[in-house]
Each structure stands twice: as C-alpha cells, then as structure tokens.
Design a protein around this ligand. Structure first.
Ligand SMILES: Cc1cc2nc3c(=O)[nH]c(=O)nc-3n(C[C@H](O)[C@H](O)[C@H](O)COP(=O)(O)O)c2cc1C
Length: 177
C-alpha cells in the first residue's frame, strides 16, 4: 500500500500539510441557521453558515456542537441570536451547500423555501436528512475557532436519503448510511 505522505519529518509541518492530512477525515455537511433579529432594522434576514464540524456530544442532557472560525462574520449574528438550527444536507444537495458557502447575506437563501424550526424559529432547509433545533449552551475558546455547544430543544429525521459527505477536498454521496 503506497504511503503518499510527503513530510520527511512528521513533527515539522506547515498549514498545507495540516489541511491535507486532516482532510483525509470526512465530515457530514450541515447548514447552521439562526432567525432574523426582531426587529431587523438592517433587513439582514436570517443567518446561515455551512458547517462540517457538527458533532453529537451528549445524550443526557441532549447536547450537540460545532466549531466556527473566529473570523466568521456569520457567527456574530448567530451568537447574538443565542439560538440556531442545524440542517443536515442530503447527498443530492451539493448545489445547496455551494450556494450557502459562496453567497453572502440574504443571497444565501435565494430560491430556497425554508420552514421554521419549532423552538427557535430558525430556518430549516428543504428536503434535508435531519434537523436539530438548539439554544446556545456554552462557547469555548479553541485556538482560531470557537466550539459552540448547543442544548437540543427539538429535532427530527427528515427525508429518507443518505447524508452529503465532504472529504479529501470534495463531496461524496453515502446512500448506505
Ligand atoms: C463542506 C464545508 C464545510 C465547512 N465547515 C466549516 C466549519 O466547520 N467551520 C467553519 O467555521 N467554517 C466551515 N466552512 C466554511 C464556511 O462555511 C465559510 O467560510 C463561510 O461561509 C464564510 O464565513 P462567513 O460568511 O461567516 O464570514 C465549511 C465550508 C464547506 C464548503
């Protein structure tokens, strides 16, 4: 079996090697949303960010979490709201992931018919595999990211479809999961 490691000294690595090695580990793809502030003087609308680092944390109490870059402008809005919903994308929703990752502000939601999460009112994206509606429980400082811990207020499995997966620099489908 070929080892495509290029580092001669694995204790000495740059950010490119770090990304390449950690990119071997696949993640699901979610969109974390929070509702528009009320009142919304800037008409900024709801916030949304594509998140691959979503993780189940605790069953009792029910907690989930995700990591967000400290430079994220979207996090500022989600943090202020203190509540958010995680939409788990299905394997045929690459276009939706690309739209939310590449557009800014209200353009992220262009042409996307969302429903309201029952507890927080955050947008749930259409036809997703699952959604998890949360309030912020704690925010932990982790290097150049924040770890956002959420208390699960409501959740549901959605469409019977495999989840979208991102790994090795690209999207994969996973109907078997
Ligand atoms: C598949 C995928 C997974 C991502 N996962 C994360 C993540 O876990 N944490 C994060 O901070 N950004 C993640 N991003 C990047 C953000 O979605 C993107 O940088 C964001 O839209 C830009 O930040 P801002 O608009 O909040 O400033 C991911 C992007 C993609 C395409």
């Amino acid at each position: 079996m070929a080892d495509d490691s290029t580092a001669s000294d694995p204790t000495s690595f740059d950010s490119g090697t770090f990304r390449n090695v950690l990119g071997k580990f696949p993640t699901g793809v979610t969109v974390v949303t929070s509702p528009a502030p009320a009142p919304d003087p800037d008409e900024s609308g709801p916030a949304a960010i594509v998140i691959g680092s979503f993780v189940s944390v605790s069953l009792d109490p029910p907690l989930v979490g995700w990591f967000v870059d400290k430079g994220s402008s979207t996090w500022t809005a989600i943090e202020a709201a203190g509540k958010w919903c995680v939409s788990v994308l299905a394997e045929d929703q690459v276009d939706l992931s690309n739209q939310f990752a590449s557009k800014r502000g209200a353009e992220k939601f262009a042409g996307v018919e969302c429903s309201d999460a029952p507890s927080t009112g955050s947008p749930i994206l259409p036809d997703v595999c699952a959604w998890i509606d949360c309030t912020t429980d704690a925010v932990h400082d982790c290097g150049d990211h924040w770890f956002v811990l959420g208390k699960v207020e409501a959740l549901s499995a959605g469409r019977d479809a495999g989840p979208l997966v991102f790994g090795g620099g690209g999207y994969k489908g996973t109907r078997e999961l």
